[in-house]
Design a protein around this ligand. Structure first.
Ligand SMILES: Nc1ncnc2c1ncn2[C@@H]1O[C@H](COP(=O)(O)OP(=O)(O)OP(=O)(O)O)[C@@H](O)[C@H]1O
Ligand SMILES: [Mg+2]
Length: 619
């Protein structure tokens, strides 16, 4: 079956999907665990076979051992039985029959056990493979993809959808094989007993299965809807957990609670409706099964009375019919769950089919100590119609410190995202180059390893301060790490704050660094970048949360230690960037002015106005 259209996929991009069909995705998921599932299927077939043997033994016992009738067992079995003495022999050795029944039951139990063992191993291996791959893939998806999708929804896809697929593979698919074989074998035996009666019993099977297929196809869209509503519910919960401080600070608890309750109500209602439909289905299914049972019993009794069916055959037949009735009904449930699995597979495919960050085929790793040139850069975010950057051109010379000043939303961060290739600059929208090489041609991972960016909103992991600061560096010795972290923290003016922590650099900075103040977080982020020591450093409004004194101290420290690096300093406070070699003033996505602090003051334009305003405020 084809993967359902990705609703949120990039408009108009006719990219080749990695998993165009559900089967392709399933085969990928099963990589490394396929053999366990194959063994599971084999065992389940053997279970079905042994389950069907005992009714025949009982039938034979009734007819040929207890009675004197000819049994309708397959002829090769009858020949073998006659050779050891037939009914007369068993009449004196009844214990042999009991032994056979027990043996068959034991064999069925053994294969049931093996079936579960193989399945358990296969499922766990499959789950690990799937989790690793989905998570790994998500980490490589572009920034724009993450901006477009709710974290809660992605997490839901990674948990409950993965669980649905697990059920599908470990239970439904195996059951499908088992039931298929059971039906085939039982019908074969039933035809052997009495073709007419078998036909009557079998006539109901397509009706029962067809009815459930029809029904479940109709409710597939309801399941999709329910899944989406569940995703929305998770998203609300997740947002409120991450934004708990905002919720508290603005007293939004009641509002958020009501929002959650509304969504929860809609979601619950959906399930209630779905369950109502399902109940109707099960009840009507019961009716059809009952009818089938009645037909078989009556017709069978009629044939037995008129002599074309022996008592043993009648008993075997009713046994088989009873054995079939449950699995055939079960087929409906399986198909129902399979429609859910289809939806879940599509939802996982939505993630796995999303294209990871693209790399030019001939990506290079040039020396990045050259000039950074922005040339006629225009940019607008996907799904918006406002130009964020409008024909922006400027050069940052190697080793220079450049300041970028501009109001909120003027596009400063966007410029830096584009430089770091967090967002892709379309070819027709100008270019950015470093040392004469267009960044589109530079290997992304290499480029990012050479650009240190202190993001406007620093994020700290739930690890110790030392681990957080050294996160930008790969493996290194304990002592080396200690020294580097302390040196960086010193330059970033973080050391004084750390002295006050009981555990120093071993202080765990909880989820999102709750234990750190805004300014401390910013300084941790600066230290992080200093440990990385890249040739190009970007400070995106990284000193906004520290006081003017600390700001000056950090700038002095950076100046002394970063003489070699190219530095881009973004700020709202003129004092933060007035000592830069050059300052660019950005106004609503356009470059308004450019020059040194003195030149810009002289000019008496926007910069001078802002400067005057800030000077008056500070006085
Ligand atoms: N992912 C996005 N999708 C759509 N629009 C965006 C996205 N990110 C930013 N924008 C918009 O782009 C414009 C420029 O944003 P940007 O973050 O570059 O501004 P900024 O100059 O860094 O502002 P600030 O000083 O407040 O940090 C804003 O109007 C913003 O709403
Ligand atoms: Mg910004």
């Amino acid at each position: 079956m084809k993967i359902a259209e990705n609703k949120k996929s990039d408009a108009g991009t006719a990219q080749r999907l990695r998993f165009p069909t559900r089967t392709a995705l399933l085969l990928y998921i099963l990589e490394g665990s396929k053999r366990f599932f194959v063994l599971g299927v084999l065992c389940s077939m053997l279970v079905s076979f042994f389950d069907l043997v005992n009714p025949r033994i009982i039938g034979y016992t009734v007819d040929s051992v207890l009675g004197e009738e000819e049994s309708s067992l397959p002829s090769f079995v009858l020949v073998a039985l006659e050779r050891i003495g037939g009914g007369t022999f068993f009449r004196t050795h009844l214990w042999l029959i009991s032994l056979c029944v027990i043996l068959v039951a034991l064999l069925a139990a053994l294969f049931r056990f093996l079936l579960h063992v193989f399945l358990a191993v296969g499922v766990e291996k499959m789950l690990k493979h799937m989790r690793d791959n989905v998570f790994g893939h998500i980490l490589h998806l572009p920034f724009a993809w993450h901006a477009r999708n709710h974290t809660g929804d992605i997490i839901q896809r990674c948990t409950s959808d993965v669980e649905t697929i697990r059920n599908f593979l470990s239970e439904q698919l195996i059951s499908l094989f088992r039931i298929g074989l059971l039906v085939a074998l039982a019908l074969y035996f039933m035809i052997g007993i009495d073709p007419v009666l078998a036909l009557a019993a079998a006539a109901f099977i397509p009706v029962i299965v067809g009815y459930s297929v029809f029904f479940h196809n109709r409710i597939a869209s309801s399941f999709l809807h329910a899944d989406e509503e569940e995703g929305k519910l998770s998203a609300i919960a997740q947002e409120n957990l991450t934004g708990v401080r905002v919720v508290r600070a603005f007293g939004r608890e009641v509002y958020e609670k009501e929002r959650f309750e509304r969504q929860n109500h809609d979601y619950t209602q959906l399930w209630i409706n779905l369950m109502r439909l399902l109940s109707a289905f099960w009840a009507s299914g019961d009716l059809i099964s009952g009818l089938q049972l009645l037909t078989v019993m009556l017709l069978g009794a009629h044939l037995a009375v008129h002599g074309s069916l022996t008592a043993g055959e009648y008993i075997s037949f009713v046994f088989y019919n009873a054995l079939l009735s449950w699995p055939v009904r079960e087929l409906g449930r399986i198909i129902s769950d399979m429609s859910k699995a289809g939806v879940s597979i599509d939802r996982i495919a939505y993630i796995l089919n999303a294209e990871p960050e693209r790399e030019e085929p001939d990506a290079t790793e040039p020396d990045l100590n050259g000039d950074i040139v922005f040339s006629h850069v225009n940019y607008r975010y996907e799904g918006t119609n406002a130009e964020v950057l409008d024909d922006v051109s400027f050069t940052v010379h190697a080793g220079e410190t450049i300041g970028i000043l501009g109001g909120t939303g003027s596009g400063k961060s966007t410029l830096m995202y584009l430089l770091d290739k967090l967002y892709e600059l379309p070819p027709e929208n100008g270019s950015i180059s470093i040392g004469g090489v267009d960044i589109r041609r530079i290997r992304t991972s290499y480029l990012r390893s050479k650009i240190g960016m202190v993001l406007q909103e620093p994020f700290l992991f739930s690890r110790t301060l030392e681990e957080n600061i050294s996160i930008t560096r790969g493996e290194m010795g304990k002592d080396e790490r200690r020294i580097m972290v302390r040196r960086a923290a010193g330059i970033a003016s973080l050391d004084r704050a750390v002295k006050r922590f009981a555990h120093g650099y071993a202080t765990p900075v909880g989820e999102r660094g709750v234990t750190l103040s805004g300014g401390q977080k910013q300084r941790t982020a600066i230290a992080q970048m200093l440990v990385k020591d890249p040739p190009i450093m970007i400070f995106d409004d990284s000193l906004s949360a520290v006081d003017a004194q600390t700001d000056a101290r950090i700038r002095q420290g950076l100046k002394e230690n970063l003489a070699q690096s190219t530095v881009i300093l973004i700020a709202h406070r003129i004092t933060t960037l007035m000592q830069a070699d050059r300052i660019i003033v950005l106004d609503r996505g356009r470059i308004a002015e450019e020059g040194t602090h003195e030149e810009l003051i002289e000019k008496g334009g926007l910069y001078q106005k802002i400067y005057e305003l800030q000077r008056q405020q500070s006085e």
